[in-house]
Design a protein around this ligand. Structure first.
Ligand SMILES: [Zn+2]
Length: 308
């Protein structure tokens, strides 16, 4: 079984304006590196469907879904918060991003693909139940996790978040939920300034100081994430895969390298192999240095696809 690669042209049309770091070129930078690395030939491509209201409503209140639909402009741009804007295509891009995760879950649980990567935008992990935030509108990883539980009957999902920013939205949605274990690393103190005040027991949060790099990241994973994951025994492993902790990414001040994304994917894949029949669904979050983003995604995908 191959690795699914799920994306959609609508995700390129969501545009928050010249100079915004969360830009369409992020996805084309990934495509460029897929071709340059030759890994494209090993991926099975799918177009992301639109998430349905039923799927989104497992995470977000109906009133929130209605408010986002009402806010969507027919032309021009509308700001939802200082960092997050909608143009005429943002609603569909957001529905495709969440729908990609739903399709990925179905492919993996129907044994069509061993694992899947969703190359989509906007990202999702800052989106709370009823609030857009930090470039995010729908919490796509949460929608996909709930779909796995509701449509495929599983009881334990692990969410791994190595984005440089704490996934506050995902934490708000799942804190105290025994069906989810969330393991994350993030720069602290840093936006969104959450994740360190008495996190719930199903949150394995490892804050890292500015300047931390491979050594501190590897320690966090081996000392904190892996023991908790092995105790939890997930039936599905998901990644909130943000690549903005890369040393070349000036959004923040962590110093991860290309090889760290390969290494962490290997560590987590071994967990999925031990407990979850190898089932992994990975969703793109941040990553703003275009070359580093594309190269790091390739490192992540090489492991998912079983290439050396
Ligand atoms: Zn981020």
């Amino acid at each position: 079984m191959s690795t699914a690669f799920i994306t959609h042209a609508d995700c390129l049309k969501h545009d928050m304006g010249a100079g915004h770091p969360e830009q369409p070129a992020r996805l084309t930078a990934i495509e460029d590196q897929l071709i340059a690395s030759g890994i494209d030939a090993y991926l099975q491509r799918y177009e992301a469907p639109l998430a349905t209201e039923e799927q989104l409503a497992r995470v977000h209140p109906i009133e929130y879904l209605r408010a986002i639909r009402d806010a969507a402009p027919e032309s021009g741009r509308v700001h939802l918060d200082p960092d997050t804007a909608m143009n005429a295509h943002t609603l569909n891009a957001s529905l495709r991003a969440a729908g990609a995760g739903v399709l990925a879950i179905d492919l993996v649980f129907k044994n069509k693909n061993q694992n899947a990567f969703c190359s989509v935008r906007p990202p999702g992990h800052h989106a709370c139940r009823a609030r857009p935030m930090g470039f995010c509108i729908f919490n796509s990883v949460a929608v996909a996790a709930r779909h796995a539980m509701q449509a495929h009957g599983i009881e334990r999902v692990a969410i791994i978040d190595f984005d440089v920013h704490h996934g506050n939205g995902t934490e708000e949605i799942f804190e105290g939920d025994p069906a989810v274990l969330m393991a994350s690393t993030f720069q602290h103190p840093f936006y969104p300034y959450s994740g360190t005040e008495m996190p719930a027991s199903n949150m394995v949060n490892v804050p890292l100081p500015a300047g931390a790099g491979s050594k501190q990241f590897h320690e966090a994973v081996t000392q904190h994430w892996i023991p908790a994951l092995d105790e939890f025994r997930p039936e599905l492993v998901m990644f909130s895969a943000g690549f903005d902790a890369h040393i070349e990414d000036d959004m923040a001040m962590l110093q991860f390298r290309d090889a760290d994304y390969r290494w962490v994917t290997e560590q987590v894949k071994a967990v999925a192999d031990r407990h979850a029949k190898g089932r992994i669904v990975s969703m793109l979050e941040g990553g703003y240095a275009l070359s580093a983003l594309g190269r790091s995604v390739v490192q992540h995908l090489r492991v998912l696809a079983g290439l050396n």
